[in-house]
Every structure is written in structure tokens, then in C-alpha cells.
Design a protein around this ligand. Structure first.
Ligand code: PMV
Length: 317
């Protein structure tokens, strides 16, 4: 018997970085994600199809890149008081280190599949808490937004330490996601923002407040399908994040190209320094924007919202 879990990646629509300092962010699950397949086994092993890497958790030789998943399995087994082994295979169609939540969706899918293979059904809150143990290994102090979105799905207003608010769209909205193909480490970018904050503490605190106000405005605009207003807010966020020093010329080039064609708004999403750009345009322009932006990005795709969160199922072999 094989236990499957699928968990989506995410885009942060507004409020990245400021969310680490208590702002409310707006984020959504995307149509790309990670599938984990788990079954009981004499030993606990991990095989990542994307990385073409494996690990046996009974040894000390766990590759660095698989350590977060090893932590997710170990925390889940410990929480369930399980001694049995689990063989876990994982595959994702989210580009890694691209600001699209590949590590959190892997952690969420791993926790859910591991528990199901061992005969347990965890609540969403339990999955989130256990997946956070893996995320803490990836980033030093994650806000938790990635894990919350991956587990719950949909469109969420998120504030660190509080239960997220799920929003309902009056009409489906599509975002275009354009990847720069430039990998970066979230913790390095968080450090850069920390230094900026130390140099400009009062201004930074004020921006944390502005970020909350604007995330709420953007949420209202998206829910009412006022894409022009939502787009204007995205542009303002991009300029602010860029000013904090976390954009790069490849990101700015995509933003400029999107806005000079027909988009209402475009900004970097996630930590910045590489990663991806999100673009908002009218529904009938989505295919064209994907086509135009493809030539200056490593990958561009449309993600209609909303998308569901973690799903689990059993397949009899
Ligand atoms: O690029 P990502 O997916 O690692 O996004 C991180 C978002 C931050 O706000 C920069 C950090 C956080 O923990 O919220």
C-alpha cells in the first residue's frame, strides 16, 4: 500500500519580508506542487527524483539538500511515537529556490504522506506544525506563510502567530509567474533586509504598517476583481522591495517588460535576489503575457487562483 500526498507551492502577492516583522501578507497556492509517496519499510529512506539523491536515515550521511525532508519524517515519526521505517519518494514540478515555496510544499507533502503510510490522519494544524520543523532548517526564522499556504491552499491573509484568514474570490483570477532561473538563498536576503532595518529602524517599522494596510487593500481588490487597483499595489510593493536592495536587473527587466505590454502590475515574489516575478493582467491577456515574457525568463506559466491545499490518498499496489 502506498500513501500519496500532494501539496501546492505558493506565491506571495504582497508583504514578503515585512511579514517576518509582524506585517500581514497576502499569499496564494499555485497550480504547481510536490507529490510524496510513502510506504512502510524496514528502514527509513528518502529518494528525491528531481535532485536524483537518496538518503538512508539510519546513517549519518544525509546530503545537505535532503536534511529538511529527513527532519520532516523524523519529527512526524516522533510525534506519532512510531518506530516503523518509511520509504519516501518525492517529486516536484516547482522550480527550486525560485520563491515559489518548493521547500515548504515538499515538507508538507512529506509529513502528510509519512503519517498516512503509518496509518494516521493528521489535522491540518498538526501537518503545519510538523512541516515547520523542516522549514526552520531551511530558513533561520521563517514567518510560516509558505507552509500555511501549502497546507491550507486558497488565497490567505497571513500574520505570523495568528490563524490565517481564507478569502473568497468573486471570480477566478490568474497570475503569470515568470522565473528568472537565478537560484538564491532566502536566509541571505532576509539578512540583507535585517541590515537595512538596523540602519533605518523607524522607517522600516512604518513600512511594516504600510505593508499590512496595502495587503488588505490588495486582498479587497482581488476579491472584487478590481485587477487595476490590485496591480497598482503590486507595483508599489515592487518599488519598495527594490529600494530595500533585494531586486536584481533580471527581475526588473521582467517587471518592466510586463508593464510595458499590457499588465496592470508586476513584482518580485518571495525573498528576491533572483527567484520569480508575479504579473497581474486582464484574463484575456494572460496567454499573450506568458508568450511575451517567456523569451526573457527561464520559465513562464499562468496560475489560475484559487488552488486547493494538501491532499492525501491511498493507492493499493
Ligand atoms: O522566497 P521564499 O519562498 O523563500 O519566500 C520567503 C518569504 C520571506 O518573507 C522573505 C520570508 C518568510 O519567512 O516569510
Amino acid at each position: 500500500m502506498e500513501a500519496y500526498a500532494y501539496a501546492p507551492g505558493k506565491i506571495i502577492i504582497c508583504g514578503e519580508h515585512f511579514v517576518v516583522y509582524g506585517a500581514t501578507a497576502l499569499a496564494a497556492a499555485i497550480n504547481r506542487g510536490t507529490t510524496a509517496i510513502a510506504e512502510t519499510s524496514p528502514t527509513t529512506t528518502i529518494y528525491s527524483k528531481n535532485l536524483e539523491m537518496q538518503a538512508d536515515l539510519s546513517t549519518n550521511k544525509i546530503p545537505e539538500k535532503l536534511k529538511p525532508l529527513a527532519a520532516a519524517i523524523s519529527s512526524t515519526k516522533e510525534y506519532l511515537n512510531e518506530k516503523r521505517g518509511v520509504k519516501l519518494t518525492i517529486q516536484s514540478n516547482i522550480p527550486p529556490r525560485s520563491g515559489l515555496g518548493s521547500s515548504s510544499s515538499s515538507a508538507v507533502a512529506t509529513v502528510a504522506a509519512t503519517a498516512l503510510a503509518l496509518g494516521h490522519k493528521l489535522s491540518l494544524d498538526e501537518v503545519i506544525e510538523l512541516a515547520m520543523s523542516a522549514e526552520r532548517l531551511v530558513h533561520r526564522s521563517p514567518s510560516g506563510v509558505d507552509v500555511q499556504v501549502s497546507a491550507r491552499g486558497g488565497l490567505l491573509l497571513f500574520k505570523k502567530g495568528a490563524k490565517p484568514q481564507t478569502l473568497t474570490l468573486s471570480k477566478n483570477v490568474s497570475f503569470v509567474v515568470a522565473c528568472t532561473g537565478i537560484e538564491r538563498k532566502t536566509s541571505d536576503l532576509i539578512e540583507r533586509v535585517k541590515v537595512w532595518r538596523e540602519e533605518n529602524p523607524s522607517l522600516f517599522n512604518s513600512l511594516v504598517e504600510s505593508s499590512t494596510v496595502m495587503s488588505h487593500c490588495c486582498a479587497d481588490a482581488l476579491c472584487l476583481s478590481d485587477l487595476k487597483r490590485a496591480g497598482a499595489i503590486l507595483n508599489f510593493f515592487h518599488a519598495t522591495l527594490s529600494w530595500l536592495g533585494i531586486s536584481i536587473k533580471e527581475i526588473d527587466r521582467i517587471v518592466e517588460a510586463a508593464l510595458s505590454s499590457s499588465a496592470y502590475g508586476a513584482k518580485l515574489t518571495g525573498a528576491g535576489g533572483g527567484g520569480s516575478v508575479i504579473i497581474l493582467c486582464s484574463e484575456d491577456k494572460v496567454d499573450n503575457v506568458v508568450k511575451e515574457i517567456s523569451s526573457i525568463s527561464s520559465e513562464a506559466f499562468a496560475t489560475p487562483l484559487p488552488n486547493s491545499g494538501v491532499k492525501t490518498w491511498i493507492q493499493k499496489s
